[in-house]
Write a new protein. Sequence first.
Length: 74
Amino acid sequence: MTFGRLLKATRENRGMTQEEFARQAFVSLRAVQSWEQQWRLPRLPTIPKIARALRLPEKQVSQFVTLSTYKRVG
C-alpha cells in the first residue's frame, strides 16, 4: 500500500473529508489531494501533523512515505 492509499483509506475510515483532514493536519487542501492522487509525497516536517490528524503512530506514517518514495524511484 502506498502513502496516498493509506491516507485516503484512513481518512475515510475516520469519517473525515479532505477539507477536515487538511484543517486538522494544518496543511492545504491541494496538498491532501496531491498526496492521495500520489502526485507528491509530504515533506518530513509534515509527517507528525499527519500522524496526529489520523491518530496513527508517527513511525507508521513515516514508513509508508519511505516505501512510497522507493516505489516511485524504483
